[in-house]
Write a protein that binds this ligand. Structure first.
Ligand code: AMP
Length: 212
């Protein structure tokens, strides 16, 4: 049995064509079904529906052989014990610093005062601001980061940005582009040894589907 961990939404949708290239059709729609283990047209391949931030954990501990997850999640979670053969170039976005349109970020950074930053990405933010020599108080949130500067919880946020529409709708502006993000294929290293042929077949099919 080959088990693939995926998260619902963007990653799931953008993975369907890659799975198809490997001859795998998922037989249930995770947006409609409440099932967490989805069957496929291949009797020996199944898909687990997990939270995006749990994908590395499932693959690391062998709950899944393969998984697809954002570079943001891998950097935040750590990628110890995970083989990362491919950048799938799906679910592309960037991780940025944003502030209220009326907040003078450049002066705040120059003055050396402590910046209050709300984010789900504490590790990425800590490293980014440390490299800039900016002192920050990091406030950990689990979602709706855009709200924090609007109610005075923080001066800035660090979050994923795709079209920029969410920032705009909340009167926030992007002031720093930290890095580009896309999703990666991750593989359990023991599974790669034990189930080498079927896993290699999937990696190779994904690679040719994305033109690598
Ligand atoms: P947008 O309005 O298109 O800039 O999208 C921003 C919102 O979508 C933010 O709340 C992000 O956390 C989320 N988001 C954007 N891109 C991604 C992605 N590739 N994966 C997960 N969440 C994303």
């Amino acid at each position: 049995m080959i088990t693939i961990a995926l998260s619902k939404g963007r990653i799931f949708e953008e993975t369907i064509p890659l799975l198809r290239a490997a001859g795998i059709e998922v037989l249930e729609d995770p947006e409609k079904s409440r099932k967490l283990i989805l069957t496929t047209n291949q009797p020996n391949v199944r898909v687990l529906v997990v939270r995006a931030s749990d994908v590395p954990t499932y693959v690391q501990y062998g709950g899944a052989d393969l998984g697809i997850t954002g570079k943001d999640t891998l950097l935040e979670h750590g990628s110890h014990g995970l083989y990362q053969p491919l950048d799938l170039k799906i679910a592309k976005c960037r991780i940025s610093v944003a502030v209220r349109a009326d907040f003078d970020y450049a002066s705040a950074v120059k003055q050396g005062s402590r910046l209050r930053v709300a984010t789900k990405y504490v590790a990425i933010s800590r490293e980014f601001f440390a490299a800039k020599g900016v002192h920050v108080d990091l406030i950990k949130l689990y979602g709706s980061m855009e709200l924090a500067p609007l109610v005075g919880l923080s001066d800035a946020i660090v979050d994923l940005v795709s079209t920029g529409n969410t920032l705009k709708a909340n009167h926030l502006v992007e002031v720093e582009h930290i890095m580009d993000i896309s999703s990666r294929l991750v593989v359990n290293q023991a599974a790669l040894k034990l189930k080498q042929a079927p896993i290699r077949k999937i990696i190779d099919a994904f690679a040719s589907a994305i033109g690598q």
